[in-house]
Design a protein around this ligand. Structure first.
Ligand SMILES: Cc1cc2nc3c(=O)[nH]c(=O)nc-3n(C[C@H](O)[C@H](O)[C@H](O)COP(=O)(O)OP(=O)(O)OC[C@H]3O[C@@H](n4cnc5c(N)ncnc54)[C@H](O)[C@@H]3O)c2cc1C
Length: 375
């Protein structure tokens, strides 16, 4: 059995730690923060994330226990401007759960199966990672975007409302907006989070890809302000808001081409391996699954070199095709009329509408959507 340090106890690190400790390895789970801790996020636990969590023995009933106060999602809304949008009901529930609560559930799972927790910052500068890589048989680098390549930037705020000012649809619909002024590769979201009390809470934010962001020549706080003032849905919510938290800015590590996920005995997973969805910025599902596959790569290998090769193979086999399809769809969006055209097609073709909505929710792979649009 091997000695393994997993650095970062977000969804990817907890997943890797869980599977490796269950296989009998001696796992130290290191994080710079004490848990529970917050992570700036849209808090959307997509249908794909829910499926991925079952690999860690976390099922919808476990999430339901957590969401006494939090929100189940029954509809997905896609809008490209104030004029055109599509709302699709789903028979499967997704959830919006603050990361402070959600990540703690995964952390406890990893500790319960034997991971030894350690609070420590493993910095890039002082050769700390290399020193650790000599002390342990394997390092799993799960430090999130700080260890990956920053490809996008996002901003998130929480807004509170009086429950009676909102409709049932407001409280159960996850909305994604591709508004023109966010640039052709930017997006805004409105997710209901805590919806049970008299005062309910929404997660509202904007994300934009670095190449677009540099072209727009503005800052993300300004972009967020413009989005909430000009978008019909946010303007409607803004007129009723009781309290707005100061927005927080955070980078993202979305998919990139030619991605190398292993180096010697160091295997990168989650955001550290740029596994976030290149269209929606959703990263929890791939974070959880990458922890599983990196653990499998170690379990099926006789040496660190073989594990590195096997993890690179599994990354290419399990993630790359869909991430590439996502990048291809993103490239289409640079012709902004494509967004409008897609929503028009969705309005007239229920099958395409369901495919696209479920792809954005993470249930249908992007390459299947590309095929369904072709025929
Ligand atoms: C604004 C925003 C909105 C998003 N919305 C969604 C969404 O709605 N749904 C979704 O699925 N995804 C969303 N994402 C993406 C999602 O947050 C990430 O993909 C996901 O958190 C990746 O998990 P991870 O475990 O790889 O990294 P993280 O969750 O970032 O965890 C990394 C861990 O490493 C620790 N760490 C970092 N540096 C060090 C260090 N030097 N030493 C020790 N420990 C360290 C951190 O404390 C942290 O606990 C969003 C991202 C952003 C920025």
């Amino acid at each position: 059995m091997a000695t393994i340090a997993v650095i970062g106890a977000g969804p990817s690190g907890c997943s890797a730690g869980y599977h490796l400790a269950k296989s009998g390895h001696q796992v130290t789970l290191i994080d710079k923060n004490r848990f529970p801790r917050d992570k700036v996020c849209g808090d959307g636990i997509s249908l794909e994330s829910i499926q991925a969590l079952s690999t860690m023995g976390i099922y919808p009933q476990d999430l339901k226990k957590l969401i006494v106060d939090y929100a189940p999602v029954h509809r997905f809304f896609l809008g490209v401007s104030n004029q055109i949008s599509h709302s699709e009901a789903t028979s499967l529930e997704a959830y919006c759960i603050p990361r402070f609560v959600f990540d703690q559930l995964l952390y406890e799972k990893a500790i319960d199966v034997g991971c030894v927790p350690l609070t420590q910052t493993i910095s890039k500068k002082d050769g700390h990672l290399q020193t650790l890589s000599r002390e342990f048989d394997y390092l799993i680098d799960a430090r999130g975007v700080s260890a990956g390549e920053v490809t996008a930037i996002a901003i998130r705020s929480y807004w509170s409302f009086d429950r009676q000012d909102l409709s049932e649809v407001d409280l159960t619909e996850a909305q994604i907006h591709f508004d023109h002024h966010l640039g052709v590769n930017g997006y805004g979201w409105i997710f209901p989070v805590a919806t049970q009390g008299e005062v309910v809470k929404f997660n509202v934010g904007v994300g934009v890809w670095m190449d677009e962001y540099q072209k727009i020549n503005t800052n993300v706080i300004q972009l967020f302000k413009e989005f909430i003032q000009s978008n019909k849905q946010t303007a409607h919510l803004l007129s009723k808001v009781l309290h707005q938290e100061t927005p927080k800015v955070y980078p993202l590590a979305t998919a990139k081409k030619g991605n190398q996920v292993a180096d010697g005995n160091i295997l990168k997973i989650g955001d550290a391996a740029n596994l976030t969805d290149p269209l929606t910025g959703e990263g929890i599902a791939n974070a959880v699954l990458s922890g599983l596959y990196a653990a499998q790569a170690i379990n099926m290998s006789r040496s660190p070199e073989m594990a590195a090769e096997n993890w690179q193979y599994l990354y290419e086999a399990r993630f790359e095709a869909d991430l590439r399809a996502g990048l291809r769809i993103r490239a289409f969006r640079k012709f902004s009329f494509m967004n409008t055209l897609l929503i028009r097609v969705m309005k007239h073709n229920p099958r395409v509408a369901a495919q696209v909505s479920h792809a954005v929710a993470g249930l249908v792979p992007y390459h299947e959507v590309l095929s369904s649009l072709r025929y």
